[in-house]
Ligand binder design. Structure first.
Ligand SMILES: Nc1ncnc2c1ncn2[C@@H]1O[C@H](COP(=O)(O)OP(=O)(O)O)[C@@H](O)[C@H]1O
Ligand SMILES: [Mg+2]
Length: 270
């Protein structure tokens, strides 16, 4: 008689660690229209994760879903899950305001408040905690140094931030976001309104910041994607719904024939 052997005891290996950020079957509806359909992506920590795709593919909507900015707009419905450190950010007991301190966002056009440079840097952090005057001054200097603006601005911290060039304004927005100390930075075409020098400065900052944070960058600029991203995902509209076409490491992505059509459309400036 053949004796059934017991199943081998599995080795005491630790269970596979969940990815830092997992997007699972994420769909977004605006009214009756599907904007994103069934997006699943894994984002590893300390990378620049790029998102490319033609206009209207849902790239900005994806970023807004990742820090629950869509909650602030009526008419949007999000399904699926976004798991950060093993916890779904869409769980009912997650405070979206608190979540946005962990997942900061930078937009295409710098969002500058009609206040001084100093007050702009502190605008976000002051929403979350009180700061002593000396701590505030120290933080402003630290953040402006972080975004390489300190030398340019140290003598006019109390003048209006509106007088700054667009490139300086975008770095100021980055300083304000970093002051809250987020672990993830979402950047939605952060350099598309900037000149070449300012773009270079922001790109250098991305490469430096990924040592301590994770960046998800939406870009229209494929040359920029090549320069700064480690991983790339491509969204494409299909019957008006944004779907994931490809997700691959940067080198493999650029040699993927599936994306060639999208590249042509992007290079054509769609
Ligand atoms: N508030 C909204 N209501 C309805 N449709 C929207 C809204 N915001 C964006 N859309 C639509 O969702 C689609 C994706 O938009 P978006 O995420 O901005 O794309 P991308 O950033 O890739 O250009 C577009 O067709 C856009 O018209
Ligand atoms: Mg967009």
């Amino acid at each position: 008689m053949i004796k059934k052997l017991p199943h081998p005891v599995p080795p005491t290996a630790a269970p596979a660690a969940p990815e830092f950020l997992e997007i699972r079957n994420l769909s977004v509806q605006a009214g009756s229209r599907a904007i994103l359909q069934d997006i699943s992506l894994s984002v590893a920590a300390h990378q620049v994760f790029g998102v490319v795709g033609p206009s209207g593919a849902g790239k900005s909507t994806l970023l807004r879903a990742l820090n629950r900015l869509l909650d602030l707009q009526t008419g949007f419905r999000v399904s699926g899950s976004v798991i950060l450190h093993g916890e779904d950010i869409y769980r009912k007991d997650v405070d979206a305001d608190q979540l946005r301190t962990r997942i900061g966002m930078l937009f295409q056009q710098p969002v500058i408040f009609p206040l001084s440079i100093h007050a702009n840097v502190l605008f976000g952090i002051r929403h979350h905690r009180r700061l002593r005057r000396s701590d505030a001054a120290e933080l402003v200097e630290k953040m402006l140094r972080r975004v390489t603006l300190w030398e340019e601005l140290k003598d006019r911290l109390h003048s209006s931030a509106r007088q700054l060039s667009l490139g300086q304004q975008q770095r100021l927005c980055l300083a304000r976001t970093l002051a809250v100390d987020p672990e993830i930075l979402l950047m939605d075409e952060p350099t598309s309104a900037l000149d070449a020098r300012s773009t270079e400065a922001i790109e250098a900052l991305m490469l430096d910041l990924k040592r301590t944070r994770t960046i998800i960058l939406v870009t229209h600029d494929l040359a920029q994607a090549r320069r700064v991203t480690d991983w790339l995902a491509c969204l494409c509209p299909e019957n008006g719904e944004g779907r994931l076409l490809e997700s691959a490491c940067c080198d493999a992505f650029f040699s993927s024939s599936a994306c060639q059509k999208v590249f042509d459309r992007l290079d054509g400036g769609s």
